[in-house]
Ligand binder design. Structure first.
Ligand SMILES: Cc1cc2nc3c(=O)[nH]c(=O)nc-3n(C[C@H](O)[C@H](O)[C@H](O)COP(=O)(O)OP(=O)(O)OC[C@H]3O[C@@H](n4cnc5c(N)ncnc54)[C@H](O)[C@@H]3O)c2cc1C
Length: 363
């Protein structure tokens, strides 16, 4: 079990890896006993990255205390302005387990119920069985999940939390907490913070800076797993958006729904086509439409529902033009903090399989 101690002038923050930091009692201890100490009354916090990890932290600080001055820097555009549906980037993520606990701790269960599709369980099409999930959970695209988290921040209406989009942040000095920001228009500014949180995702630059420390150790894993998203655009009203549908095993086919343009009552469906090795991906991308169809049809067992019932030829052609995403690459880093900086979410634990990471990032 790893514990991290971040030494600050007046406070001591203990952080555990996201996948271990699940228990509510631990979170309450972290929030109430440590960050909320009288010494941290004017703590200036920079959060680099407005993905799930950065936004959950910002929402927590916005809802629970006014003792912080928080700036979130996100290099990308405002999630609210982003299109709900981008067929080249959208995929279905489930927020369950640790993620649901984080949502409950934020008091945001109702908002998540209102905005996202409720996760009900799995439908295994090769056996025809449904496995019902007991507990809170939701599915959505990363963008919809981030939009909902922004909604939690908006609801809190805290004057102390500011989210700045189109702003890239770079840590200049980890001991002093110096951060340089660059706006989209090229304007630069330098700020100092008491705590700098690197929530900048699997490709974290802050992790890159930390990795130059002699004490920093990092091991990598590459399972050579990849996936390409296939948009399901036919007969999807037959499917239950609350269930993740498992179609077959080779390639691995999992389909799920995200909000469409009309919200959760207008679901859009994606099938994640997973495979081992880029060669296999190349084959899927370069095969003739006929061969691709045969392959996808064969991937289900004889009794299985045919995936091709849910996709048009046009959608298959778009699938073939998409770049495969690595889904089995991971890193293990130690330590997760240095000076005033700490890594959270994928920045600190970019682990495979991808299907597990959003919820721990929340936690
Ligand atoms: C194809 C695919 C499928 C996935 N499917 C699932 C799934 O089914 N279930 C699941 O739980 N998870 C899934 N994941 C993983 C999930 O998306 C991530 O685990 C989660 O988004 C991690 O959250 P994060 O906030 O740590 O990082 P990110 O979501 O990566 O957010 C980091 C943010 O930091 C910003 N940023 C980076 N550098 C800077 C900088 N210098 N300055 C300012 N901003 C910066 C980035 O723009 C980004 O918005 C999937 C991922 C992929 C790629």
């Amino acid at each position: 079990m790893f514990f991290i101690v971040l030494h600050l002038p007046f406070s001591k923050i203990w952080l555990r890896p996201p996948f271990l930091a699940a228990r509510r009692s631990y979170k309450l201890w972290l929030l109430e006993k440590t960050l909320w100490s009288p010494f941290s009354m004017s703590t200036r916090v920079a959060i680099i990255g407005a993905g799930p990890a950065g936004l959950v932290l910002a929402a927590t600080l916005a809802k629970k205390s006014s003792a912080f001055s928080v700036k979130v820097f996100e290099q990308g555009a405002d999630h609210k302005a982003a299109a709900s549906y981008d067929p080249n980037r959208s995929y279905t993520i489930d927020i369950t387990g640790h993620g649901a606990l984080a949502v409950e701790a934020l008091g945001a269960t109702e908002l998540f119920d209102e905005k996202l599709i409720k996760f009900k369980g799995l439908r295994i099409l090769i056996t025809g069985e449904d496995h019902w999930f007991d507990g809170n959970g939701w599915t959505g695209s990363r963008g919809d999940i981030c939009k909902t988290l922004l909604g939690v921040i908006d609801e809190a209406a805290s004057p102390n939390v500011e989210v700045l989009f189109d702003t890239t942040a770079e840590v200049l000095d980890m001991m002093k907490g110096t951060v340089q920001t660059t706006s989209k228009a090229g304007e630069r500014a330098v700020h100092e913070f008491d705590v700098v949180v690197g929530a900048d995702g699997a490709g974290s630059k802050l992790r890159g800076v930390m990795s130059k420390l002699p004490s920093f150790a990092m091991s990598s894993i590459n399972m050579e797993n990849y996936s390409i998203m296939l948009h399901m655009d036919q007969n999807t009203s037959e499917l239950d958006p609350g269930l993740l549908h498992i179609f077959g095993t080779d390639p691995f086919l999992v389909a799920g729904a995200i909000n469409g343009n009309g919200g959760k009552s207008d679901p859009l469906w994606f099938c994640q086509v997973g495979f081992k090795g880029l060669d296999k991906g190349k084959w899927l991308q370069e095969a003739s439409l006929k061969d691709l169809k045969t392959k996808l049809k064969k991937s289900g067992w004889p009794k299985s529902t045919d995936l091709l019932r849910y996709v048009s030829d046009k959608s298959l052609q778009e699938f073939q033009a998409r770049m495969p995403q690595a889904t089995g690459k991971g890193k293990m880093v130690s330590p997760w903090s240095h000076g005033r900086c700490v890594l959270v979410g994928d920045a600190g634990a970019p682990f495979p399989p991808i299907g597990l990471l959003a919820s721990p990032s929340f936690a």
